[in-house]
Design a protein around this ligand. Sequence first.
Ligand code: UDP
Length: 424
Amino acid sequence: MFQKKHRIAFISVDGDPAVEIGQEEAGGQNVYVRQVGYALAQQGWQVDMFTRRSSPEQAAIVQHSSNCRTIRLKAGPAEFIGRDNLFDYLPEFIEEFQQFQQREGFWYSLIHSNYWLSSWVGMELKKLQPLIQVHTYHSLGAVKYRSISDVPLIATQRLAVEQACLETVDRVVATSPQEQKDMQILVSAKGQIEMIPCGTDIDKFGGIQRSAAREKLGIAQDAKMVLYVGRFDRRKGIETLVRAIAKSSLRGEANLQLVIGGGSRPGQSDGIERDRIASIVAELGLEDCTTFSGRLDDNILPFYYAAADVCVVPSHYEPFGLVTIEAMASKTPVVASNVGGLQFTVVPEITGLLAPPKDEVAFAAAIDRILLNPAWRDQLGEAARQRTEIAFSWYSVASRLTQLYTHLLAQTAPTPKSRPRIAA
Ligand code: UDP
């Protein structure tokens, strides 16, 4: 029976759940907040998802359903600001959040923060009002900074906040056992962690036949189609995939096709990475077999996954990797780097294959094994679908979060006697 539950706040300062996904800094975190928010609302929670306003045209409130909305607060100028430059605007976000609560005459007793910036917001709010804080990192500086050469100035701050968060919040949600281990080894041995994976829409993906998808997209039925979906970011390792295609034993065959899906904006960091990848494609003489499809929206994305023979996730670091389970839900096997959450979602030889990151030879071999054996491809795809249905639906993620919130609220429900302090 539908039972009305608490009103809860998701805080995702940098990941707006109501924007278009698939371009600069709008990816898995935005999808996670949106889908978990929707699913929790369906399970009876009143869900308010707070983010910052990044353009003057954006509505201050987006009502998704009767009990789920996105609320955009002012935090710095209403323009796109990269994550690494947002920290200084967070006090303003906190002030706005408190004013919002005051206007509504309601004080949230549970917030679920997302990414380290929002964890800081949550921890500061906790100093001002009684609050239960649940946190999902989405990315750990302690791991990420090991895989990049240009460590940003904000790194020290981020690492300190991530540690304070793990050690003090009521519960940290790790989205894979690998992320949990990374937290315990690289961030702090203290802290209360619960592993609840990310999910995917198992109804949206998986209902389209490969042949029908190809017909719709104008892709030849005999094509050997290799798909990448995601943001243009060096950490995603698209270069490894392109170099692997150059080394494939199928190279030169007319039916080999590489499709690279994802949006980019000229001159921005994703546009620069896209141009860099395009120049590697040209340098390797792969222009004839490579297509940059641009951002794939929700309506067309399921067709791309269904059309592909294999989806490749060549990331250098991936705390979870939603693309992997979207492809798996679509019955398409995945070749992924054996890092982070990809080691959890992909079961090697059963639902796909793993290869060392940046190892184009190993990626080429893995991709070829699947392309050259369609019967095995189908077998891997069926097992991938099964694994997704069992372990990765948004419904099951929301059910597990519901259990966690209910438990925390029952155990530590704050009973505010006085109104919260307002930030100076
Ligand atoms: N995505 C999309 N259209 C695109 C590219 C990506 O909708 O053109 C979505 C993709 O389906 C997935 C998300 O963006 O849901 C990427 O999430 P993932 O966890 O794989 O990577 P992140 O962006 O968090 O690094």
